[in-house]
Design a protein around this ligand. Structure first.
Ligand SMILES: [Zn+2]
Length: 59
């Protein structure tokens, strides 16, 4: 079976919601957003790391 567990760490979270990835990888997603330091000024999404947002702004 193709157990391709894609790491979310290098993904832009803003885009993930489109392919339903957050539901499948909720625990991993939470680890990326549980201590948010950045907000996406385009989408309003929060994330711990700048690279996970499409238009990150430090908060
Ligand atoms: Zn965004």
């Amino acid at each position: 079976m193709g157990d391709k567990k894609k790491s979310m760490q290098d993904k832009v979270l803003c885009k993930l919601c489109k392919d339903d990835c957050i539901k499948k990888c909720l625990e991993e997603y939470v680890e990326l957003v549980n201590d948010p330091k950045y907000i996406c000024k385009k989408c309003g999404r929060l994330a711990n790391k700048q690279k996970n947002l499409c238009k990150p702004v430090k908060i």
